[in-house]
Design a protein around this ligand. Structure first.
Ligand SMILES: Cc1cc2nc3c(=O)[nH]c(=O)nc-3n(C[C@H](O)[C@H](O)[C@H](O)COP(=O)(O)OP(=O)(O)OC[C@H]3O[C@@H](n4cnc5c(N)ncnc54)[C@H](O)[C@@H]3O)c2cc1C
Length: 294
């Protein structure tokens, strides 16, 4: 009997992941699994556990670089309606992990709900944003997360709430394999003021980031100290550095953009060179902000 017998309609074998990442890069997963509901997710998790198949949880793939050889394991994407529903109840939002964050930011603007403006222009899902504590100079999502619904590797479901949740710079203390959803606590505010803030942040991003390219956002975390990763890379003279189809963006040195024909190997090589040169010049070890699956 096959590992996923009875679940064939949600399991694709040897499935290319490239179209599920913002980079448009990455080889095939042994299994690409899109459960329709929690029961199926539980079953998939148990079967993977019994067969020692590692599980990778994919959001919108906007903070990921996946190796050209792909993934030996199961990649699970929570994109079915059961995982993407969003409920607005006064100033509280309950969102499935697969819900698109940008849409929620937009709805909040219209509904006069303040707290998510800082997430303007950040692609991805609620699950990915909570896992990474996404945000930036304007704030981050952790500030409004009230509680999360989680599921571990053994398919046990449970909740974690404030103050047990700790969010830090691009990280959180949520270690469970799956984030299934999050409750966000916002506050009422003038929709016009929220819109102005959202527009200002959007214009800032458009002016400072290579948004029309294939990329994965900032590659490195900002190191402690006055200089951000982008400034250090720029001052090391690395803007425009290219290997194959991968290039350090001329617009924002902490972005590596992928041109047609680019491979994950090209991006990895540029990452290595940038790390090496910044270490050599400033004695700073750059730490990755993106996640690499290889
Ligand atoms: C143009 C551009 C601009 C960006 N700007 C910013 C920015 O300003 N600030 C910022 O913080 N980020 C930024 N990013 C990075 C990225 O958008 C965020 O990190 C985003 O929140 C990732 O969400 P995702 O759904 O795409 O996650 P993915 O990239 O799919 O996954 C990221 C991580 O989260 C995990 N994950 C995803 N979903 C779940 C889940 N349901 N349960 C458990 N784990 C899960 C994955 O396993 C992986 O470890 C940018 C990216 C791009 C392309």
């Amino acid at each position: 009997m096959s590992i996923f017998s009875g679940l064939e309609q949600i399991v694709s074998k040897n499935y290319s992941l490239a179209r599920h990442t913002w980079y448009g890069l990455g080889g095939p997963a042994d299994y690409f699994i899109r459960p329709d509901n929690t029961d199926q997710l539980v079953e998939v998790t148990k079967r993977c556990g019994e067969s020692n198949i590692p599980i990778y949880v994919l959001g919108a793939g906007s903070n990921l670089l996946i190796a050209d050889k792909g993934i030996r394991g199961a990649v699970v994407k929570l994109e079915a309606e059961a995982f993407t529903a969003v409920n607005y109840d006064g100033e509280t939002i309950t969102a499935g992990a697969g819900a698109e964050l940008n849409k929620i930011v937009l709805n909040c603007t219209q509904k006069g709900l303040s707290g998510l403006e800082a997430l303007t222009g950040i692609p991805g899902t609620v699950g990915g944003a909570v896992r990474m504590n996404s945000g930036g100079r304007f704030g981050d999502i952790g500030a409004v997360v009230e509680s999360v619904t989680l599921m571990d590797n053994q398919a046990n479901m449970f909740e974690r709430s404030k103050p047990d949740l700790i969010f830090d710079y691009r990280t959180s203390n949520i270690l469970a394999k799956f984030i299934l959803g999050a409750k966000l606590q916002l506050s009422g505010a003038d929709p016009e003021q929220i819109l102005r803030t959202v527009q200002e942040i959007w214009i800032y991003k458009k002016n400072n980031q290579p948004l029309s390219t294939k990329n994965s956002g900032c590659i490195f975390k900002n190191p402690p100290g006055p200089n951000g990763a982008g400034a250090l890379i720029d001052r090391a003279g690395l803007k425009g550095l290219a290997v194959g189809g991968a290039k350090v963006s001329e617009k924002h040195a902490n972005f590596i953009v992928a041109a047609k024909g680019c491979t994950a190997k090209d991006v990895l090589r540029v990452i290595d060179i940038v790390k090496e040169k910044v270490k050599e010049k400033f004695d700073v070890e750059l730490e990755l902000e993106i996640e690499i699956w290889k």
